[in-house]
Write a protein that binds this ligand. Structure first.
Ligand code: PGA
Length: 693
């Protein structure tokens, strides 16, 4: 797929995700802010499905909180691009249930408002269905591309977003449940005038309703209207209201107060009262909390003392009212009103609403009822008169911005900065390593054997022949050298003439030529066809007393005769234990090779061989070896410059085997090995050479 269409796809997925995130967050928050409202809505649905008998009443608020919490959490995850599979799956499941459900709502119209966004945004049922079809399309897009969703927070920090978000929504729900919703989107919110909310704008007509009466005579029931109301031989059974024509339904259309004692409709009287009216609102007295009844009674006394009106308002029947009076000693009058406006008015059972000329002045949930300290002066002189709470979003916005968006934004910002710093660090490290590897790549890698005083001529020839065949069949990825005793040199050099293997002597004299019985000069070595000579080996330093001065002479002669030198250095165990390895190596280099010109230096290979590791089976760890190799290279750099140091091959020697070679050779400053024991068998030696593959 082209870059352009790939990008377009990503933009579409991101947009779908953000649309869904906003929809879920908005829906979750508006439900969380009004848990009782959501609970009543769930109850409505279950009543319509005939399932309400299965659910105990106390469960509804928990169901509401679970729904709001889930929507909010899914929205949060979608917004930050975390838990991508979970959120895509849950949002798909939600939309697959909600879309057909809202289609049914739109067609059958059993509930006028679906309640998706609480009371904050009321959509018609068809608009809701349209919205859900759009969201379903977004979910399907997201489901297909869930793996492409970019996360806005790193995996290590995402738990902070989840935990903070969940804590936020739980506390918000708890607060709004215990007190009243912090945002009130209903027509009875503080500051609204109920009479105005009941008005039908000019040009609109009110819907028409008709009352149907169910009457009974001689065991037979029949329905009547007011127009054909039957004579008194019929007995009243029930009545209900049906809507007979469409029209404008004002926000408040069912606020009808009927005094229980005389059946009088006192709606107008209450809504036009110029004084204050307290309404104790309890849609169902049998479920109302009685913990605060003393306060209610004191409030009633206060009203009597200052001339304020006080009514209990309920949808409960006479029996429940009597029971309430009996239980609480209530002396106030009761009015009856439909349960729906009572539930809508205040999300508490009981709650208190304060009215003046039809305007809602204040309201309280049962956990915040005014206490007696307010009851000593007229209302105007107390803070109970709150005409300021008219902006429904006021507190909610502040809570969402300062307690949700700002902290989550800060977490995200810190996470991004931290991740950015880590990334820069990683890139730097990567480029450092890649530079090192590049340099390492350019240097010559060598695996050199050192047969020492092993193998007679025939054995040596056989070993060289075998090695030649093995490496001809499987070419090495590095230079290969074998260091043999003098007696093999000419034969083996001839044998290996056309092979990848170079030949090295293990020593040469520190004299040019002449009467030095038993010695072999550098010139003689060169004449055999050998290319290298090993000098400075610890065994020669120790057993044949080769001093730095002698070695210096040997190095000079070897180079002068066109040989390359594998120059060995390394500390003893005692020196290592005294942490003198760096000083020893530096001194050995300074004593025998650091006098060379830069040009001559090009023919020097260093072999670091800790004496305690030679032939003992003890290897320096890769880290130990790398540390000192890097130090040796820095010493070379001091004398010949960084570039020459980068080009210098530094081998490791001392119990190097096929098993440890890969780890050693992988180090940035280790360029191969000088192998003793393991170079005496072709297979073992080949195993080490293969460490470069
Ligand atoms: P080793 O010898 O591999 O047997 O330890 C190394 C050397 O002396 O060069």
């Amino acid at each position: 797929m082209s870059n352009w269409s790939e990008r377009l796809k990503q933009v579409c997925i991101l947009s779908a995700r953000l649309v869904l995130a906003i929809a879920f967050l908005f829906s979750g928050i508006t439900k969380a802010v009004d848990p009782w409202g959501t609970a009543f809505k769930i109850q409505d649905y279950l009543i319509h499905f005939g399932l309400n008998q299965l659910v105990p009443f106390w469960l509804y608020p928990y169901m509401a909180m679970a729904l709001a919490g889930l929507e909010f959490y899914v929205g949060l995850c979608l917004m930050w691009g975390i838990r991508r599979y979970f959120t895509a799956l849950v949002s798909l499941a939600i939309m697959l249930v909600m879309t057909p459900l809202t289609l049914w709502l739109a067609i059958a119209n059993p509930i006028a408002d679906c309640g998706c966004f609480g009371d904050a945004l009321v959509l018609s049922n068809w608009a809701t269905f349209g919205k859900n079809v759009f969201l379903l399309l977004c979910v399907l897009l997201l489901w297909r591309g869930r793996r492409l969703a970019t996360r806005f927070i790193s995996e290590n920090t995402q738990w902070l977003i989840s935990v903070y978000g969940l804590l936020f929504v739980l506390l918000l729900m708890g607060h709004c449940m215990y007190h009243l919703p912090i945002a009130d989107f209903r027509p009875y919110r503080i500051g609204n005038n109920i009479t105005e909310q009941m008005e039908i704008p000019e040009g609109e007509t009110a819907p028409e309703f008709d009352t149907r009466f169910v009457m009974e005579k001689d065991g037979k029931q029949q329905e009547f209207t007011l127009d054909n109301y039957p004579d008194s031989t019929w007995q009243f059974v029930d009545s209900y209201t049906v809507q007979t024509s469409e029209g404008y339904v004002p926000p408040v259309h069912d606020f009808i107060l009927e005094r229980v004692s005389d059946g009088e409709d006192i709606t107008d009287q209450v809504l036009t009262d110029e004084g204050y009216t307290f309404l104790l609102v309890a849609y169902d007295l049998t479920k109302a909390q009685q913990g605060t009844v003393d306060l209610v009674n004191e409030l009633y006394d206060y009203c009597n003392a200052y001339g304020y009106t006080f009514y209990g308002v309920t949808a409960s029947g006479d029996e429940a009212i009597e029971q309430w009076r009996y239980d609480t000693g209530a002396a106030y009058d009761f009015c009856r009103m439909d349960a729906i406006p009572l539930k809508t008015m205040v999300r508490s059972n009981p709650g208190i609403v304060l009215l003046k000329e039809g305007t809602v002045i204040n309201k309280w949930g049962s956990n915040d009822f005014p206490t007696e300290e307010y009851f000593r002066k007229p209302l105007e002189q107390t803070t109970l008169v709150d005409t300021d709470g008219s902006a429904p979003y006021g507190t909610l916005w502040k809570v969402v911005v300062f307690l949700l968006a700002v902290p989550l934004g800060l977490i995200t910002l810190l996470d991004r900065v931290w991740t950015g710093l880590l990334l820069i660090g990683k890139l730097r490290k990567k480029s450092k390593i890649s530079n090192l590897l590049k340099k390492k790549k350019m240097r010559k890698k060598i695996v050199a054997g050192n047969w020492k005083m092993n193998k007679n001529l025939q054995e040596g020839v056989a070993l060289a022949t075998e090695l030649k065949e093995v490496l001809a069949a499987d070419a090495p990825n590095c230079g290969v050298v074998i260091g043999t005793p003098f007696i093999h040199l000419a034969t083996v050099a001839e044998l290996l003439k056309d092979s990848v293997i170079a030949v090295s002597a293990e020593n040469c004299a520190n004299k040019e030529k002449g009467a030095y019985t038993g010695e072999v000069s550098a010139e003689m070595v060169k004449s055999t066809g050998a290319e290298y000579v090993i000098l400075g080996h610890s065994e020669r330093r120790e057993y044949y007393n080769e001093t730095p001065e002698i070695l210096k002479e040997k190095v000079d002669l070897a180079l002068a005769n066109g040989l390359k030198v594998i120059f060995c250095i390394g500390e003893s165990l005692a020196q290592r234990e005294a942490n003198e390895q760096e000083a020893v190596c530096k001194a050995e280099l300074a004593g025998s090779v650091f006098h060379l010109t830069a040009e001559q230096w090009k023919n020097i290979v260093i072999a670091y061989e800790p004496i305690w590791a030679i032939g003992t089976g003890k290897t320096a760890t890769a880290e130990q070896a790398e540390e000192i190799h890097a130090y040796i290279r820095s010493c070379v750099a001091e004398v010949y410059g960084a570039e020459a140091a980068d080009d210098t091959t530094i081998l490791y020697g001392g119990s190097c085997k096929a098993s440890n070679a890969p780890e050693l050779f992988a180090k940035a400053d280790i360029d191969g090995g000088l192998i003793g024991g393991a170079s005496l068998k072709a297979a073992d030696f080949k195993g080490i050479i293969d460490a470069f593959k």
